[in-house]
Design a protein around this ligand. Structure first.
Ligand code: BGC
Length: 757
């Protein structure tokens, strides 16, 4: 089917699409000819991605570009500088244009929710909008490649980068990754709005032991292929033209030097024909990993494993020519890597249009500040990301004529609401929750505000957060005084809305935590607010699942808002006041306590399942903690209620057949709302143990009060496949359980049998 569409497109855009065909003779001739003319040093230059800054001033970078030592630039978003750099690149003997890259993780100038929040929408349109607007703005800024999507499966919230991914589930993450690639990169790379994607971090970065940043991952091949590798593969199948390699060791071999991963799996099994990029500084780190004796050896290991391009590393330039002269590396190995880069540039049309989208006269600030459409999209995605975790006595939504005390260190922080990896965003354009609430309340004097407490009283944490720039401010007033002020405001209000959680820098690269509770200063604040006996709404801003058992008991209502981006404050106000009925669902399990981690819904059963009769204490459990998390994967409430019932078209599936699951949904409450129907599957008996449940489908349906609707899923034998005891990808005949529900704890089960014919 895809091929047919491509063929049709080829007829329409023959020049452009032909350029992307791997067997295009014109392209092959062009690149063969170019490679034949290039010096070895020039080829090596193409394998280097460099970030201007620190010791490498713009002037020095310009010199290196003109000397043909750099193939791509990242981290610069100033169009006159980019234009200047491209001018220099075109002065090299073979006039090879530069690539311009940037981390566009969740929005560019207009910042969208962090990816964990985007995943919480469970809404393919919303995910697509975030990706499309990001690519639109990035390309307007002259960029042509990004280091996204990040599709590492994350099941350990101690790891700070869970904020960048789409959560714990292979299917949900794959869907998000696929959509990011389709919407950012588009069908045709020479499309001016195409932003080449780099799926990362290949592989298993999300599985670092104990959630400690840069630690190693060790995992059975079955679990890799069944779960952790699935989203990278989905993004590659969707056409992602670049892959970024993870910084960690995978089963004892650093990914950057892992021939099995980069060549046997990625190239040979998956037929990836794009560019393989190592992560920042990863080449020299091979020495610390203990698989290279020195920098020169590290270059050898990386190239032999299958790395094409290095990121911010000097060693390729220094040592590749030497290694080739010595015969340790062959020139054809370098040609091969270089060819991948040149093919990409060719497919992007850069040889014909190297200044694509570069307009040095553009006034970026005005352009993005005024972009109402993008801001509306960002607001819509943001409110769809919000998850309602508790709503006792229908405290929410708030009436617009109520007196509201807005309290907390995150209530009016323009920087934090953007979240990490928002380097091109403008915090001054961000709407804080306080600003959003003030706009919606009937009268301005209904809203009072107090800072309440510092994010933390731990000075070490501030030092850590402000290591590179001062973003998290410490209020020097005595803690008691700040709490007293907050309590006084709370007492005069009808309802208290407290904004607590993490600073954006706490949920980032290199920000692992072992304690996932709120900081002591925030806990004290909440306790004091609770003591006022006013209805207490806790609004969480954070980049990872936290342990919130105490706050869950204290709160009358609780909202998870992640870091929502530029329009975050408006989106929060939309939900608090009921202009939008919350519909987000958790893409990651929230543990009850840190000792349960890793905790995820799709675990295997044990021989002694929890709760088995007549087993006494000898079942899988803790004696000091429940097995259950605080909030399960897929969980999220609404201001209305839905009921569902469903039927299967048959309870038998033939080898080439299918089963249709028809779900009837009814809104039995008094507000319009969006319901996410979740479809899970269990293979009851197989040659290997299969998870108790796996998500295989989800669909949203919006229903008015008392309205009924229908959602259909089709289950096909392909969806029943798994890596069996012989590591073959097959579906085994037998019994399957289907579960439909509104989160992963659903017990609404029906059964069918896969026949062997
Ligand atoms: C991160 C990557 C990122 C790169 C460039 C690295 O530290 O691991 O995810 O794309 O920096 O900014």
């Amino acid at each position: 089917m895809k091929k047919l569409v491509l063929f049709f497109m080829a007829m329409v855009f023959s020049g452009a699409l032909l350029a992307e065909s791997p067997n295009d003779p014109e392209k092959k001739a062009f690149i063969d000819d170019l490679l034949a003319k290039m010096s070895l040093k020039e080829k090596v230059g193409q394998l280097r991605l460099i970030s201007v800054g620190g010791d490498l001033t713009l002037d020095k970078a310009l010199e290196q570009i003109e000397a043909g030592e750099i193939g791509g630039i990242f981290n610069t978003v100033v169009e006159p500088d980019l234009t200047n750099m491209q001018d220099r690149a075109l002065k090299t003997p073979n006039k090879i244009p530069l690539l311009f890259g940037f981390d566009i993780i969740h929005g560019h100038r207009t910042v969208f929710p962090i990816n964990l929040g985007i995943a919480a929408t469970w809404d393919r349109n919303a995910i697509g909008k975030a990706a499309e607007v990001s690519a639109d703005e990035a390309t307007s800024d002259g960029l042509n490649i990004t280091w996204a999507p990040m599709v590492d499966i994350t099941r350990d919230p101690r790891w700070g980068r869970v904020s960048e991914g789409f959560g714990e589930d292979p299917y949900l993450t794959s869907e998000a990754g696929r959509i990011f690639v389709e919407k950012m990169q588009k069908q045709i790379l020479s499309d001016k709005k195409s932003l080449v994607t780099t799926v990362k971090h290949f592989a298993l970065y999300g599985a670092v032991e104990a959630g400690r940043e840069y630690n190693s991952a060790d995992m059975s091949e079955r679990k890799m292929f069944q779960e952790y590798l699935v989203p990278y593969k989905a993004a590659i199948d969707a056409g992602s033209k670049a892959v970024m390699v993870s910084l960690i060791s995978v089963n004892g071999i650093p990914a950057t030097g892992n021939h099995w991963l980069l060549t046997e799996v990625l190239r040979n099994q998956w037929h990836f024909d794009g560019v393989v990029i190592s992560d920042h500084g990863a080449i020299r780190e091979l020495i610390n990993h203990g698989v290279a004796s020195d920098a020169k050896d590290a270059v050898r290991v990386a190239i032999k494993a299958g790395i094409d391009v290095s990121m911010n590393d000097e060693y390729f330039l220094k040592f590749i020519p030497e290694l080739v002269n010595e015969g340790v590396l062959t020139e054809s190995e370098i040609n091969n890597a270089c060819r991948h880069v040149l093919e990409l540039k060719y497919d992007m049309g850069l040889f014909k249009d190297p200044y694509r989208n570069l307009d040095p006269k553009l006034d970026i600030d005005t352009m993005f500040a005024d972009n109402r459409l993008h801001r509306e999209e960002a607001r819509d995605v943001a409110r769809r990301s919000i998850v309602l975790l508790k709503n006792k006595n229908k405290v929410l939504p708030l009436a617009k004529n109520k007196k509201v005390a807005v309290i907390g260190p995150l209530a009016d922080s323009k920087r934090d609401i953007l979240g990490s990896w928002s380097g091109a965003g403008r915090s001054k354009l961000a709407v804080t929750p306080l600003e959003g609430i003030q706009k919606v309340a009937q009268k301005a004097d209904l809203i009072s505000y107090a800072f309440g407490a510092n994010l933390s009283e731990d000075q070490q944490l501030y030092k850590f957060l402000n290591l590179y720039e001062m973003t998290t401010k410490f209020d020097e007033r005595p803690a008691d005084k700040m709490i007293a002020e907050a309590v006084a405001k709370a007492k005069k209000a009808d309802v208290v809305v407290a904004f607590v959680g993490e600073a954006e820098g706490m949920a980032h690269e290199s920000s692992s935590r072992t304690d996932l509770s709120l900081q002591a200063s925030q806990k004290r604040l909440i306790k004091a607010l609770k003591a006022t006996r006013k209805p207490l709404v806790i609004v969480l801003m954070n980049g990872r699942p936290l342990t919130l058992t105490e706050e869950y008991q204290q709160a009358d209502a609780m909202l998870e808002t992640w870091f929502l981006g530029t329009e975050g404050g408006n989106a929060i106000a939309d939900v608090l006041y009921g202009d939008y009925n919350p519909s987000g669902k958790l893409p990651m399990t929230f543990p009850d306590n840190v000792g349960q981690i890793p905790i995820y819904y799709s675990h295997l059963n044990t021989g002694r399942p929890h709760g088995t009769e007549n087993m006494g204490k000898y079942t899988t459990s803790y004696f000091d903690s429940p097995n259950e998390p605080l909030f399960p994967f897929g969980f999220g409430l609404s201001y209305t209620n839905f009921t569902t019932n469903y039927s299967l078209s048959s309870n038998k599936m033939t080898k080439d057949g299918e089963i249709v699951v028809t779900v009837n949904v009814e809104n039995i409450g008094d507000r319009t709302g969006v319901h996410t129907v979740q479809l899970y599957l269990q293979d009851v008996t197989a040659s290997v143990s299969r998870p108790v449940k796996e998500l295989i489908g989800f669909e949203n349906i919006s229903l008015k009060p008392l309205e009924k609707g229908e959602v259909k899923f089709v289950i096909k034998p392909e969806m029943l496949k798994f890596w069996n005891d012989k590591m073959q990808y097959v579906a085994e005949p037998g019994q399957f359980n289907v579960f439909v529900g509104s989160d992963s704890t659903t017990e609404d089960k029906q059964t069918f049998t896969l026949l062997d014919k």
